[in-house]
Design a binder for this molecule. Structure first.
Ligand SMILES: *Cc1c(COP(=O)(O)O)cnc(C)c1O
Length: 309
């Protein structure tokens, strides 16, 4: 468990190209993707306090939920293996053989996979359903889908504690909104704006979820100082919905990777960077402003087709 208590620091990398120059802004990528090969990016931050808590409660099993391509499932399987927890992953939908890269890795890491129907999956938060799981699998520590809870928010505030320059905007991609909630909760400078980019269609629902996570975080950490930052979610860069792509998105990712030698993926970080570049081109930011975008990792799910051009 010691590994989760060690401080983590990731590089802040200046990104310069014709578009940042023309917009007159300083753009940095916070390279959270470099935290760990398998428990990468925001997943490390979100799991940290959950695993410490599971250990404190004397639990030996982690149980969580996800889709068949979930970065969260991948990260929990790896984190469990690293720190000696048994892991159980409840996967939405039916089993497809051969297993994809994500689920094959989960099994290799010792995770027990169980498939549940989409109908059952919708009940995954309900006490009766969770009690049934207890009867089936024994005592476990529950990590919600995507890993988002008050402890995940706490872990994500530490992304900010590891930034040592001043800036105007802090950005990250959003799935459940847990990471964005952490950036909001960790911000104390009211001149800064926190901006999320929804990876899902209809991302306005995220605002309510994030407010709930912030409330839960305040209960966990009554003495914290943040959560007064101004924040909002860009909802126009989902490219058709969660995990959907278009040739325009994939071409942008290829251009960015080629220009900067930094890998992105098509579900989260590619969409955020596309959105940021679109806003820069449209003159959304003032000249002289500084933007930090959090590279949340997820490269295990990077589409091999991105390598073809
Ligand atoms: C899981 C994930 C996200 C989504 O994070 P939330 O806290 O659920 O909003 C963003 N980026 C990457 C790369 C991820 O794997």
């Amino acid at each position: 468990m010691q590994i989760w208590n060690e401080p983590v620091s990731t590089p802040l990398q200046l990104i310069r190209d014709e578009i940042t120059e023309k917009a007159g802004i300083a753009l940095y990528l916070k390279r959270e993707d470099l935290i760990h090969l398998q428990v990468s990016g925001n997943k490390w931050r979100k799991l940290k306090y959950n695993l410490l808590e599971a250990s404190k409660q004397g639990k030996h099993t982690l149980l969580t939920f996800g889709g068949a391509f979930s970065n969260h499932i991948y990260a929990v399987a790896a984190a469990g293996k690293i720190s000696g927890f048994r892991t159980i992953g409840l996967i939405r939908g039916e089993e497809h053989m051969p297993l994809n890269h994500t689920l094959a890795f989960a099994i290799e890491s010792g995770m027990q996979l169980h498939y549940i129907s989409r109908e059952q999956y919708r009940h995954k938060q309900e006490p009766a359903f969770l009690k049934g799981l207890q009867e089936k699998f024994g005592d476990y520590y529950l990590i919600p889908e995507g890993g988002s809870n008050a402890m995940a928010v706490k872990g994500c505030t530490e992304i900010i504690a590891d930034i040592y320059i001043s800036y105007d905007y802090l950005c990250c991609p959003c799935g459940t909104g847990g990471t964005l909630a952490g950036l909001i909760a960790g911000t104390t400078d009211t001149n800064q704006t926190i901006m999320g980019f929804s990876a899902l269609k209809g991302g306005t629902f995220l605002t309510g979820e994030i407010n709930e996570l912030l409330t839960a975080y305040r209960q966990l950490e009554p003495h914290h100082t943040g959560t007064t930052a101004s924040w909002f979610i860009q909802t126009d860069y989902h490219f058709g919905g969660y995990a959907k792509t278009t040739p325009v998105l994939l071409d942008f990712i290829r251009w960015f990777e080629h220009t900067h030698a930094i890998p992105l993926e098509q579900v989260y970080t590619g969409k955020m960077m596309f959105g940021l570049y679109d806003l820069m081109k449209k003159g959304y930011f003032k000249r002289g402003e500084t933007i930090i975008a959090v590279h949340t990792g997820g490269l295990q799910g990077r589409m091999p087709a991105l390598d073809a051009s």
